[in-house]
Design a protein around this ligand. Structure first.
Ligand SMILES: [Zn+2]
Length: 407
């Protein structure tokens, strides 16, 4: 226990807070990083983490409380109607771009915009690293439920290389997906001449700073270019140095965010539907099942207890395993925290689920993920252990255990 009572003596990697605390209401800890601008992400980056207030409650729980008690949702819907009225077209052209995968949230957003609000959406998808079968079926079901879709699949050789670099340098194999998910739709909107882009939920739901929730607009830092391309990092490597890995600037088109002046000139306006409508993931799920034939998995997802969140990419399980290693927060922590905030679980139930499932090794597709990245399993475990922060992990016999677990 000496280590726990003297946390200041233990190194905290990634700029994480040395003292580990868990939210009084949900199961998230103060180690949870906020969304970052991935192009600035290097092995030396310091994380910004979720804020806890004096009562020991996290920002995401406070945000959920505001949604329940303070937000005037009728007024918010009127704001949405105004926004849509300004963009709605009567000439048959697309009037809103809805980015998504055909998962529950994008199905909900696109279906509501089309059928409740009379818009004519074009949906756009940035492909997962490796589709799961259920993910591909849900993607097809979405289209067959009545939507045009543009699927953008990045160059597999480049995407695999960037995934390997992101794994080796940042333990962040999901990073190449995030680049495209954030950068590609607004850029595509400019090319397609569809000024209004509407995403589903806001990252604030999961603990980004509250200031980002005060506006319906997505923070442009996430999808515009503030730096010269040469100064950007992908997979933790500066763009000019990617050439050593066989990736040149010509390969990076779908990853590089738009030039802000182009988005201004084309009047591209990026919003969250979650600002205007109260976002409850479980309700999105039921809605997607009813209106678009969305299927949950037949078995629970590795690392958690749920069956319908983020099930379209075979690399998802690995992604959450890396968050467990780096921050002590695995997939069950993220799922349970969200369901506690939406009153579908008690905190005690959440704690039990986290202790049971968080950190389960994602064996199902591990071999395929490693082959995809070109990494051996021995090398995989070496890298995993390199990224364990001493303030979170200790070696007991021949296993690693977390120093702090939610209780
Ligand atoms: Zn909380």
């Amino acid at each position: 226990m000496a280590a726990v009572s003297a946390p200041e003596l233990l190194e905290a990697k990634f700029g994480l807070p040395r003292g580990v605390r868990f939210c009084a209401r949900c199961v998230i800890s103060n180690q949870r990083p906020s969304s970052t601008v991935e192009f600035e992400h290097t092995p030396d980056s310091k994380k910004e983490t979720i804020h806890f207030d004096a009562a020991g409650v996290c920002d995401a729980c406070r945000f959920a409380e505001l949604k329940d008690t303070h937000v005037d949702w009728k007024e918010r819907e009127r704001e949405l109607l105004d926004l849509l009225a300004r963009h709605r077209r009567s000439d048959g052209g697309y009037d809103v771009l809805v980015p998504g995968s055909g998962g529950k949230d994008s199905v909900y957003a696109s279906h509501l915009l089309k059928h409740k609000y009379g818009m004519n959406p074009l949906t756009v998808t940035w492909a997962p690293h490796i589709y799961t079968e259920v993910g591909w079926r849900n993607f097809q079901s979405w289209i067959h439920a009545g939507f045009d879709n543009y699927l953008h699949t990045p160059n597999g050789r480049v995407h695999r290389t960037l995934t390997r670099l992101a794994f080796e340098n940042l333990l962040h194999p999901f990073q190449p997906f995030i680049f495209g998910q954030k950068a590609f739709p607004p850029k595509f909107a400019a090319q397609a001449g569809i000024p209004l882009v509407i995403y589903g939920e806001n990252e604030v739901e999961y603990g980004n700073p509250h200031a980002e929730a005060a506006t319906p607009r997505r923070d442009a830092r996430y999808f515009t270019r503030e730096h010269r391309i040469e100064e950007m990092h992908l997979g933790g490597v500066r763009v000019p140095e990617l050439a050593r890995h066989g990736v040149t600037v010509k390969d990076l088109e779908p990853y590089i965010p738009a030039d802000p002046s182009v988005l201004t000139e084309k009047k591209i306006d990026v919003h969250y539907l979650g600002y205007y409508l109260k976002w409850v993931p479980q309700e999105c799920y039921y809605y997607a099942v009813e209106h678009a034939g969305f299927e949950a998995n037949t078995e629970r997802t590795e690392g958690t207890y749920s069956k319908y969140n983020s099930i379209d990419d075979r690399i998802d399980g690995l992604h959450y395993f890396t968050t467990y290693i780096k921050f002590g927060l695995g997939r069950a922590s993220y799922d349970a925290a969200q369901e506690i905030r939406n009153h579908h679980l008690t905190r005690a139930e959440g704690v039990t689920l986290v202790r049971r499932f968080d950190g389960e090794v994602p064996r199902k597709w591990l071999k395929e993920n490693l082959d995809y990245m070109g990494i051996t399993e021995t090398r995989f475990w070496e890298l995993i252990d390199q990224f364990r922060s001493p303030h979170l992990w200790q070696r007991v016999g021949d296993t690693w255990v977390l120093r702090h677990q939610v209780s």
